[in-house]
Write a protein that binds this ligand. Structure first.
Ligand SMILES: CC(C)(COP(=O)(O)OP(=O)(O)OC[C@H]1O[C@@H](n2cnc3c(N)ncnc32)[C@H](O)[C@@H]1OP(=O)(O)O)[C@@H](O)C(=O)NCCC(=O)NCCS
Length: 186
């Protein structure tokens, strides 16, 4: 159990989402890309957003999961979190609201979370996985230093069906300079 932690970057503040964020979360999760590529319920209702905020509070209490709302000067622009925290490892996940994408926010928030996870939290390994073909997510993970580790056949269930999943990992001793991924060109 730990107190929710605030992370700050040049443009962003990361704090746990609360009841005041419910409508912004509900709106952001209407986006087809969030519904296509993440495990959020579809359709996504206000009750789903309320339940998510409660789950986040529970995750901070038990230490099993840390989620942060990503905020810029205009308000909530995304969500990022560490889930399945156990035995020195965790999984990194994120979404940015559609109108906040392509500005480097995902990378900026991701760097802060990775620094925290592999620094003060002393995790040894972070994992990322995504539906095979989710290039924006893969490019973000690669920009954080994650290395491609393979494709898990039918390894993920989103949008009501099982699909192949790309898997990548980052360990504390990696230098985090982006490396080539065979499934991404350029
Ligand atoms: C994945 C996501 C969080 C990226 O957020 P973002 O703030 O736009 O990311 P950034 O601006 O920091 O860009 C990160 C990298 O992705 C690349 N990228 C961003 N959008 C892209 C797009 N539409 N197509 C291809 N590459 C893209 C950027 O060029 C950058 O790569 P680079 O460092 O090699 O140049 C966002 O697209 C999103 O929310 N997608 C829907 C939800 C989702 O897929 N979540 C992940 C589930 S595993």
């Amino acid at each position: 159990m730990r107190e929710p932690l605030i992370l700050r970057t040049g443009r962003l503040t990361l704090t746990p989402p609360d009841e005041d964020d419910v409508e912004a979360i509900r709106l952001a999760c209407q986006d087809p890309d969030v519904q296509r590529w993440t495990t959020v319920p579809s359709p996504y209702t206000r009750e789903d957003a309320e339940r998510f905020v409660e789950l986040v509070a529970g995750g901070w209490r038990t230490g099993e999961e840390y989620n942060w709302a990503v905020r810029d000067a205009t308000g909530l622009v995304g969500m990022i979190g560490l889930s399945r925290i156990s035995d020195g490892a965790a999984e990194l996940g994120y979404w940015m609201s559609a109108d906040a994408r392509g500005r480097g926010y995902g990378t900026e928030a991701g760097c802060a979370v990775v620094d925290f996870a592999l620094g003060p939290m002393r995790l040894e390994r972070l994992e990322w996985h995504a539906v095979a073909g989710n290039e924006p997510s893969a490019r973000l993970a690669r920009s954080l230093g994650f290395r491609y580790e393979g494709t898990r056949r039918r390894g993920i269930r989103t949008a009501g069906r099982r699909e192949d999943a790309w898997l990548a990992g980052l360990v504390a001793s990696d230098d985090r300079a982006p490396v080539g991924w065979p499934v991404l060109d350029g």
